[in-house]
Design a protein around this ligand. Sequence first.
Ligand code: GDP
Length: 457
Amino acid sequence: MTNHTNADTLRTPIVAVLGHVDHGKTSLLDKIRGSAVSEGEAGAITQHIGATDIPLDTISGMAGELIDPTDFDLPGLLFIDTPGHHSFSTLRARGGALADIAVLVVDVNDGFQPQTEEAVDILRRTGTPFVVAANKADTTPGWNPQDGQPIQRSLEAQSERAESMLNENLYEIIGQLSDAGFSADLYWRVQDFQKNIGVVPLSALTGEGVPDLLTVLMGLSQRFMKEEMQIDVQGPGEGTVLEVKDERGFGATIDTVVYDGVVRNGDQVVVGGQEEPIVTEIRALLQPRPLEEIRTEKQFEKVAEVGAAAGVKIAAPDLDRAMAGAPVRIVRDRPVEDVVEEVKAELAEIEVETADNGVVVKADTLGSLEAMANALREAEVPILRAEVGDIAPRDIAVAETANQDEHKAILGFNVDLLTNAETELESADVKLFTDDVIYQLIEEYETFVEEKQRAQQ
Ligand code: GDP
């Protein structure tokens, strides 16, 4: 599938959705996809691996009066399907975030929660422009739902009391953003979305305000892409591994977001691997069959090529040691050694500082490993070894060699204990901590250290 072959064309912006658990990330993505599907034939959404591409004409249909499609030269928006800041921090591209823009979902009643804070930290660190979706507006007492309407239309149908209750919550969120160092306002009052964060009240359930969100995303990307994105849509493909998955008939495959250039079947490719970059040749490029259920990934269609931005599954030999979050680079018109060096250099940026004594850290992706390492450095916890992947017997053996009791520990972020490591752990003098919230994981570990120290006194 070729998306955009004209070098002057702006490529589709990549959008990530993040926020605290249960604040409505999945519902919002589902709503956007669902409305896009029912928007229908005009620009039936194309299927991707790990992402959904919504073309401009579909977006403009969904946004109704709010968008004039002739104002934009963007092809549409590519939403990363896996919501959450884990996936966001995973998605690195050339030292930054893979996503060009982000939606921070905040439950309008709950306001900022721990994962909202984490997400905001990541957004700040990566300098990613974002917009706040103040979700669940429909749960405001006395709300009169206006399905799918722009928020101003919906507000006209609300009682004064409902509107003022919603406003109170919205200003709470604006205050919390300000505490986090961002100047923010209700989106219709924001002049410059790169200087001020727009807060869009909406409901992922009723779709009220979703047209507004899409409008802000288009406006934000249009400016951002024009000013900052130098994309060579025809060059050798560059992407990021979302997930490494075994696929029947193909062996280990990588779900990849291609953010630049073109990837072709048969291309030589370099992928960041657990010890060394993997150099291999693409056997198949797979996308979901059209008309399949959106979340179904079973029935694939082989395609000859994909152009940025796109999600695609790459099948190739030797991908079992590939790492989620690692770079994917197509080798074309230059020596493979140069590409290998480039991948090594990119991985070196993420390399974690280790000490002779310290804890073992495991994380699901390179990005989250980096986030863990940063947080542990701040907490002054030394790291003996840090790796991407589930907890294996080898990790337990390594943790056991620590010469201080407080370092006989494994901190696993968003990973599982492999079944063949369970008995090993039982017989070992190693404490395992797992969590999917970084600060909680570190707090649990710190409590353990305090107990150890108290016991020694
Ligand atoms: P996630 O963990 O952030 O992906 O949150 P989900 O999308 O799974 O939503 C969590 C819960 O909130 C689910 O029960 C949703 O049905 C509900 N929910 C999400 N968005 C809305 C909304 O706009 N209005 C209402 N009333 N409920 C919502």
